[in-house]
Design a protein around this ligand. Structure first.
Ligand SMILES: *Cc1c(COP(=O)(O)O)cnc(C)c1O
Length: 395
């Protein structure tokens, strides 16, 4: 389950396939990037960024502005196209720093990526105007924001392109999205993945769900099936040797940050596509918001830390719960070793990002811990997590 030396998290770190999210729920309209017309499904958020930059003809010598608070998956696509990456500052509330962006625009600047961190929307009017003025392509990075409103506009509709990472919100093995409200992206060439991968995507999704005891009786049946999975897998491989070397899966689906060239021009699997189309999105949104509030109440009371965002705006649907921790090294490994799902966005910043480039990003890459608040967590699992965190922080 886990590529590192840490134990697998004791509770699910991300959404799982179950029967609940398919049930009807109280209808609340949360604008979602999934509703943007002509959106195209891809294998990951980073593939979508690569496709957006490629579609905008970004090439060698062009400059792409990227927030200093980032993960490698946001940088790799620009470098793949030979572009130069330039990092701009963010403010302590994670809003983009316009003066710094303005100062870093040159005659070579062709594109800028703006991220709605943790699901909390950026205000985009000013950067939209700046991009229009300088003919810079605005890429709205909605990897943390499958839902939301930005300055009254549905998330993903202000940028020239918007990208999302569906697998960060929904129980699918792989999946990203690219859309544009102003450009025709129907000419982006996307091929379906191999049959092997179609199968892998479904198996992986079910396997993760069963690992955390979801899916009831069906889960037990599937579990029995998995006992034979490795044999089946070897057999399928012998039937269809994978000549392109893309039979396994993109590293984006296994927690890696790199960009796999072979997975850029691919659609998501049929299985992932079906899951997305059958998900009750308002349930997902409501549950994430409820869980966020529960975490907020409990974690606000802890010593030596505070929530990065202590209020949840009306249309915001959080990806995770970000907590600012004063002494990160005192707690991070302990939490991980005890099975608490905890990560740090931007833990590994590009070496170009120093304190001089952006003090906030350097600080947040160590001090912001993120805990899950996804729709599949049970009340018992949330209690377990909050008790663990509170124990560890009181030691
Ligand atoms: C995860 C992430 C991406 C890339 O998404 P993947 O689906 O993992 O490729 C892009 N931007 C941000 C802010 C991210 O956190």
């Amino acid at each position: 389950m886990n590529a590192s030396n840490f134990p697998a998290p004791s509770i699910p770190p991300s959404a799982l396939l179950d029967f609940i999210s398919n049930q009807p729920s109280v209808k609340v309209d949360f604008p979602s990037i999934l509703d943007v017309k002509n959106a195209r499904f891809t294998t990951s958020g980073r593939a979508s960024i690569a496709l957006a930059l490629e579609h905008a003809d970004i090439t060698t010598g062009d400059e792409v502005l990227i927030p200093a608070y980032h993960c490698e998956a946001m940088v790799a696509p620009a470098r793949w196209l030979g572009a130069t990456t330039v990092f701009y500052r963010i403010n302590p509330d994670t809003s983009i720093q316009l003066e710094d962006i303005d100062a870093k625009i040159t005659s070579k600047t062709r594109a800028i990526i703006v991220t709605h961190y943790f699901g909390f929307e950026q205000q985009l009017q000013a950067i939209r105007a700046l991009c229009t003025k300088h003919a810079i392509v605005l890429i709205e990075d909605c990897a943390h924001a499958l839902f939301g409103l930005s300055s009254g506009q549905p998330i993903g509709t202000t940028g020239d392109y918007a990208v999302a990472s569906c697998m960060k919100f929904l129980p699918i093995y792989e999946g990203g999205l690219i859309c544009s409200t102003t450009r025709d992206i129907s000419n982006i060439r996307l091929a379906p993945p191999s049959l092997m991968f179609q199968i892998k995507s479904a198996i992986n999704c079910l396997e993760t769900s069963v690992f955390y005891n979801r899916l009831g009786v069906l889960g037990r049946v599937i579990n029995a099936f998995f006992k034979f999975k490795d044999k089946l897998w070897a057999y399928l491989k012998s039937l269809q040797p994978d000549r392109q070397g893309v039979g396994l899966g993109p590293s984006s689906s296994e927690g890696g940050f790199g960009l796999d060239e072979a997975w850029i021009h691919k659609t998501m699997s049929i299985f992932s596509d079906r899951i997305i189309r059958n998900t009750e999105l308002s349930y997902v949104a409501e549950r994430r918001r409820q869980n966020y509030r529960t975490l907020n109440t409990s974690l606000s009371a802890l010593p030596d830390c505070h929530p990065l965002f202590s209020t949840l705006p009306e249309h915001t649907v959080p990806w995770v719960f970000p907590l600012y921790v004063k002494n990160p090294e005192k707690y991070f490994l302990t939490l991980k070793m005890q099975g608490v799902p905890v990560w740090r966005f931007g833990e590994f910043l590009d070496s170009a990002v120093t304190k001089d480039v952006c003090p906030v990003s350097v600080e947040y890459s160590k001090h912001i811990f993120q805990f899950p608040c996804h729709q599949s967590l049970t009340a018992g699992e949330i209690d377990w997590m909050l008790n663990k965190i509170s124990q560890i922080f009181s030691e």
